[in-house]
Design a protein around this ligand. Structure first.
Ligand SMILES: [Zn+2]
Length: 545
C-alpha cells in the first residue's frame, strides 16, 4: 500500500464517527495479551535445561559471525573468555577505580535481606512468597564502596572467629577470588541479615566516564553499547541504562528481582568481579505463565517486584536456566527472556541493552509496547519514533523485519491522517513545529504513552506539557486550552514511508562486495546508511565505506 492509497482509504471514514486507533500491533486496538504456555507441556526432566555457553579463544572468534549467531539463537547465553581475549581492563569498573574517579557520583540503594537464591521469605519470615519489595534510598559511590569493603572485611573476621584454622577448606575450589571463596560459609549463618544493593549507577556521561566507555568499544559490534546494527542507537537520544551503561555494586545476597528488559530488548551484562553472580532465566514464551502466577499472588507483573519460587515454576512446567556468572563472564540476555539475579560474592556488574535487527526482537518490542499501554506502564523505548528513524536511516534486507516495520509505519501514518482529519473537521488549527535534532520523544504527562507527531500542549504551572489525543479529549472535547502542534508535514512522512523498501539479497550482497566485507554468511544483511556514511552489516561483520 502506498502512502497515497492510505490517504485515500482514510477519506472513506467520517472523522467524527470513526474510532481513532493508535495501536501499532492491531487494527482493532486490542493489545496482545500474555501468551498461553507452549503446548504440549515439557516433561519434568526437561525443566532444568543446560545454559548455552561458549568459550571464546581468539580475537578472530570474538568478531566472528558465529559468536553473534550463537547469542541471537539462544534465549540466554554465557560468553566466557571474551573479556581476556579482547584484553578488556575490567579494573576500570572496580570499586577502587570508581571511587578514585567519581567518588561523589549518585547511586541508588535497595535494602534487602540475605537469603538462599531459591527462597524468598515474607518480611515476618513465615512463608515463602513471590512478593519482594525493597526499601529505596540513595548515597554516593564512595560511601557505598566503603560499605562494600567493610562488609567483606567483617565477613572475613566472622569466618576467622567461627573457624580459625580452616577458613577456605570447603569453599569453591575453582574460584579465583577471596571475595567469592567466603560465600558458602557466609550463607550458613547470615540468613536474613540486611544487605544493601547499590543499583542503577548512571555511567552515560562521556566526560565523567571516558576511559571506561572507551574500553567497552573493544567489544564486538553486536554487543556494543552503540553500533549501527543496534536499533537502540537509532533512537536519536539517550535512554538511561538502555543505550547507555549502568553499573551495579553488590555484596552477597543482593538481588535483581524477576523482569524482562524494557520493551523486551536484549541485554549484555559483564561481571567485573571479584565475586560471582547466580542467574536464573526463563524463555520469553513462558512470560504469560509467570504473569499469571504474579496475578495469583496479587502482584502486578510490570509494576510489582517479585522473586520467582522455582517449585511454582516447575509445577507449571516452566523450564528454568540456572548458572553462575564468574568475573569476566558476559551474559547475553535474549529478547524477552525473563531473568533474576543474586550476588554470590562481592562484585560489580555493568549492563546495557541492545536491539539486533531480528524479527523476534522487533515483534517482542512492539508487542510489549502495546501491552505496556494496556497496563499503564511507560515504554521507555519510543517504538514509533524509533521505527520512523529506522525507516529513514537503515536499509533492511530481512523480509520479516521489513514487513513488520512497514506495518508499524502504515498504522502510525493512518493514525496521523485520521487524527488530522478529525481536528480539521471540528475546526481546530494544527501548528507546525518541527523537531530539533536529537530531541527526545514526547510522552503524555497524564498516561505516559509516547506521543508521536501530533502533540496536545497545555500550560500547567507555567510549563508547557504534552498530552496524548485521548487524555486531551477527556479533559476537553473541543481542545480549548490546548495548542495542537505537529512535528512533521504529512509529505515528509509519506515520503519516508514510500521510500522505505526491502533491500533484495542481490543488491545487499553487491553492497557487501563493494565494502570489502569478507564476512559473508547466510544471515540476513542489513545495509545501514547514516548521514553521509554507509555501513553494511552482514552476520557479525560491520564495515564502513
Ligand atoms: Zn495520555
Amino acid at each position: 500500500m502506498t502512502a497515497q492509497q492510505i490517504i485515500d482509504e482514510c477519506k472513506k471514514f467520517s472523522p467524527k464517527t470513526t474510532r481513532i486507533i493508535s495501536s501499532i500491533t492491531s487494527d482493532d486496538g486490542y493489545p496482545p495479551f500474555p501468551p498461553d504456555p507452549p503446548y504440549p507441556p515439557l516433561s519434568r526432566e526437561k525443566l532444568n535445561p543446560p545454559t548455552p555457553s561458549i568459550y571464546v579463544e581468539s580475537k578472530k572468534e570474538a568478531f566472528s559471525p558465529e559468536l553473534q549467531q550463537f547469542c541471537l539463537s539462544n534465549h540466554i547465553a554465557v560468553i566466557r573468555g571474551l573479556s581476556s581475549v579482547l584484553k578488556l581492563d575490567l579494573g576500570l569498573f572496580s570499586t577502587k577505580t570508581l571511587v578514585e574517579s567519581n567518588s561523589d557520583h549518585y547511586i541508588e540503594v535497595r535494602r534487602q535481606f540475605m537469603q538462599p537464591s531459591d527462597e524468598n521469605w515474607d518480611p515476618e519470615h513465615r512463608d515463602m512468597v513471590w512478593y519482594c519489595e525493597s526499601q529505596r534510598s540513595h548515597t554516593t559511590i564512595a560511601r557505598y564502596g566503603h560499605y562494600q569493603a567493610l562488609s567483606f572485611s567483617e565477613s572475613l573476621k566472622e569466618d576467622k572467629e567461627k573457624n580459625s584454622t580452616t577458613i577456605f577448606r570447603d569453599s569453591d575450589s575453582d574460584s579465583n577470588s577471596t571475595f567469592s571463596k567466603n560465600t558458602k560459609k557466609h550463607k550458613k549463618y547470615s540468613m536474613f541479615k540486611p544487605v544493601k544493593f547499590g543499583t542503577n549507577v548512571d555511567l552515560s556521561d562521556p566526560k565523567k566516564w571516558k576511559i571506561q566507555l572507551q574500553e567497552l568499544a573493544k567489544l564486538p559490534p553486536f554487543a556494543r553499547v552503540s553500533s549501527a546494527a543496534n536499533m537502540l542507537t537509532h533512537v536519536g537520544h539517550t535512554i538511561l541504562g538502555m543505550n547507555s551503561v549502568q553499573l551495579y555494586m553488590k555484596v552477597p545476597g543482593c538481588r535483581t528481582p524477576g523482569h524482562q528488559e524494557n520493551n523486551n530488548f536484549c541485554s549484555v551484562n559483564i561481571n567485573i568481579g571479584p565475586g560471582d553472580c547466580e542467574w536464573f532465566g526463563v524463555a520469553p514464551e513462558y512470560w504469560g505463565v509467570i504473569h499469571h502466577i504474579c496475578e495469583r499472588n496479587n502482584i502486578n507483573y510490570l509494576h510489582g517486584s517479585w522473586w520467582p519460587l522455582l517449585d511454582d515454576l516447575y509445577a507449571e512446567n516452566v523450564p528454568v536456566y540456572r548458572f553462575v556468572q564468574k568475573p569476566g563472564d558476559i551474559v547475553w540476555v535474549g529478547a524477552g527472556t525473563v531473568h533474576w539475579v543474586q550476588a554470590i560474592g562481592w562484585c560489580n556488574n555493568i549492563a546495557w541493552n541492545v536491539g539486533p535487527f531480528t524479527s523476534l526482537q522487533y515483534d517482542l518490542a512492539i508487542k510489549r509496547y502495546e501491552w505496556n499501554k494496556h497496563e499503564n506502564y511507560k515504554s521507555i523505548v519510543p517504538m514509533i519514533n524509533l521505527s520512523w528513524n529506522i525507516a529513514r536511516n537503515v536499509k533492511i534486507s530481512d523480509k520479516s523485519v521489513f514487513t513488520m516495520m512497514k506495518l508499524t509505519l502504515m498504522r502510525s501514518l493512518k493514525y496521523t491522517i485520521m487524527l488530522t482529519n478529525f481536528i480539521d473537521d471540528i475546526g481546530n488549527e494544527i501548528i507546525l513545529r518541527q523537531r530539533d535534532i536529537q530531541e527526545p520523544a514526547h510522552y503524555c504527562v497524564v498516561c505516559d504513552i509516547e506521543v508521536f507527531n501530533i502533540l496536545f500542549v497545555k500550560e500547567v504551572d507555567r510549563k508547557h506539557v504534552v498530552h496524548c489525543f485521548y487524555c486531551a479529549q477527556k479533559m476537553n472535547n473541543e481542545f480549548n486550552d490546548f495548542v495542537i502542534l505537529k512535528e512533521y508535514k504529512l509529505e515528509e512522512l509519506t515520503k519516508v514511508y514510500d521510500n522505505f523498501q526491502l533491500i533484495t539479497t542481490a543488491s545487499a550482497s553487491t553492497n557487501l562486495n563493494n565494502s570489502n566485507n569478507n564476512n559473508q554468511t547466510s544471515t540476513p544483511t542489513t545495509s545501514i546508511s547514516n548521514n553521509n556514511s554507509t555501513t553494511t552489516v552482514g552476520g557479525g561483520g560491520i564495515t564502513s565505506s
